[in-house]
Design a protein around this ligand. Structure first.
Ligand code: CA
Length: 503
């Protein structure tokens, strides 16, 4: 993708291959299926009326695995035969690149499957693999599993034994596996699963100094092979911990606190907590685009279920994600309002492409998992040309973000509103300054905004980039901010304004 940092201006899309599109009618989604749907995600020639507009893909694990989800790998250089072949994956990457989309793979390094040949050998003490996993003669506490008269550490369950990442042979092998994919496979980076769990130290099992050090070594080695490879970590923790991995150990980490807060703010209609959280989060990470943002992922109840399919709440949650700081990730189906609540299989159900039987366009066969419990109208075809649909809203926001550097690269400074349901910020990037105002509440509001101090000067021009048209510019005070600015008479319920402020 050229230069490190290519990810900063992109909107990512998380795909569970098993559930996206089935090309061969066996009821299981596959890589050719994903390739066949790339035209929905992004067109070859830029603008097109029927594309979502995302420009990077995160594929959930594509490696051979005995489980349906694939987070327990049996071959780090292979492709799950349910999903296709290595050539199918290379084709997908090539076709994505033709559309100027990046592709990152999901790499679970903390553990393998207990059916991985490495673990089979390790258990038998053969092939020089005895020390490739974490063994003990005594159980040491939580996470230890019996195997004969010995024990192995498996934080995520007996079928997912932890690799011994203190063993340099293991580190060398995993590093070579990663460089295989960025070389031969052509992929642009990795999402590193369970990144905070890599190396345990006695009772301390998370975020150990050795885990940080291991990631830094791994990242440096992968970057030495290809400098522009994205290394993105799943550090499911508070923002301070998650930010502590960036930029030395990883290029980006997901901020889990913010995602939850966005959904809660959309639900409550109250922006007060969100404003202080955003101030805090954006200070913790090294740059405005220094973290990955999202509303939900494959481990959480879908946003539409959390928000009870409330159309206004879903729209304003999307506003927060796609006008906010960080590199945004959309979970497949989120853009059409697909519902799903745990157990896990039910938050990973087949994509709803249209209203047809037996599988909403996902497959010609009965799908591997029943469809979500949504009306037939919740589908790509049902929403693509429907004015006011959630999909149209996502398309518009993704396009807006791509076109405005202030949104993807701007600093974040809270702007104070006199309305509790409003969250507002000034976003300053090298080529653009914008004011973003979101009305979370169910009522139209007429907020008065103030910024005690800032970088503004003179008598700026304003123009509306999103929402109501803007005619009134703020009067800049001596400190470069503004007081008592009322940009519009009303902001409709659960909607946003993006105002470009120029000189
Ligand atoms: Ca298939």
């Amino acid at each position: 993708m050229g230069q490190p940092g290519w990810w900063r201006h992109r909107t990512f899309y998380e795909i569970f291959v098993r559930s996206f599109a089935d090309s061969d009618g066996d009821g299981i989604g596959d890589l050719r299926g994903v390739t066949s749907k790339l035209d929905y995600l992004r067109s070859v020639d830029g603008d097109h009326p029927d594309v979502l507009g995302v420009d990077a893909l995160w594929l959930m694990p594509t490696f051979p695995s005995p489980s349906y989800h694939g987070y327990d790998v049996t071959d780090y250089r292979g492709v799950n035969p349910d999903y296709g072949t290595l050539d199918d994956l290379k084709d997908l990457v090539r076709e994505a690149h033709r559309r100027h989309m990046a592709v990152i793979l999901d790499l679970p390094l903390n553990h393998t499957s207990d059916q991985h040949p490495w673990f089979v050998s390790s258990r038998a003490g053969t092939d020089g693999k005895a020390d490739w996993y974490v063994w003990s003669d005594q159980p040491q506490g939580n996470g230890w599993q019996a195997s004969g008269d010995r024990y192995y550490y498996a934080n995520f369950g007996p079928g997912l034994p932890d690799l011994n990442l203190r063993n340099p042979d293991v580190t060398a092998e995993l590093t070579a596996d990663a460089t295989f994919w960025i070389g031969d496979g052509g992929v642009d980076g990795f999402r590193l699963d369970a990144a905070k769990h890599l190396i345990e130290d006695g009772a301390t099992t998370e975020n150990t100094p050795e885990t940080h050090a291991w990631l830094q070594t791994f990242t440096d080695a992968v970057h030495a092979s290809r400098r522009d490879t994205l290394l993105l970590g799943e550090v499911w923790d508070n923002s301070k911990v998650s930010a502590s991995y960036v930029p030395d150990d990883l290029d980006l980490t997901f901020d889990f606190t913010l995602g939850t807060a966005y959904v809660m703010a959309a639900q409550s209609g109250d922006g007060a907590g969100l404003e202080s959280l955003l101030t805090n989060v954006t200070k913790l990470y090294p740059s405005p685009g220094g973290f990955a943002s999202f509303l939900s992922n494959h481990d959480m109840d879908r946003v539409a279920s959390q928000l009870h399919s409330d159309a206004g709440q879903l729209r304003v949650a999307a506003d927060l994600l796609l006008t906010g700081p960080g590199v945004p990730f959309v979970y497949y189906g989120e853009e059409i309002g697909m519902t799903g609540s745990k157990p896990d299989e039910r938050i990973r159900t087949p994509m709803r492409w249209d209203g047809s039987s037996p599988a909403a366009g996902f497959s010609s066969h009965a799908p591997w998992e029943a469809l979500s419990d949504d009306a037939a109208s919740v589908s790509v075809v049902g929403e693509m040309k429907a004015k006011g649909s959630l999909l149209e809203h996502y398309r518009g926001l993704i396009d807006l973000r791509a076109k405005h550097e202030a949104l993807w690269n701007g600093s974040w400074t809270a702007v104070i509103s006199d309305q509790p349901g409003v969250v507002a910020s000034l976003r300053v990037a090298p080529t653009e300054t914008a004011l973003v105002v979101t009305n979370l509440s169910k009522e139209p509001v007429s907020p008065t905004l103030s910024l005690a101090s800032g970088p503004l000067c003179g008598r700026p021009n304003v123009s509306g980039a999103w929402g109501e048209s803007i005619h009134v510019a703020p009067v800049i005070n001596a400190a470069g901010g503004f007081d008592g600015y009322r940009p519009v008479d009303t902001i409709p319920p659960q909607s946003s304004l993006v105002i470009q402020i120029g000189s």
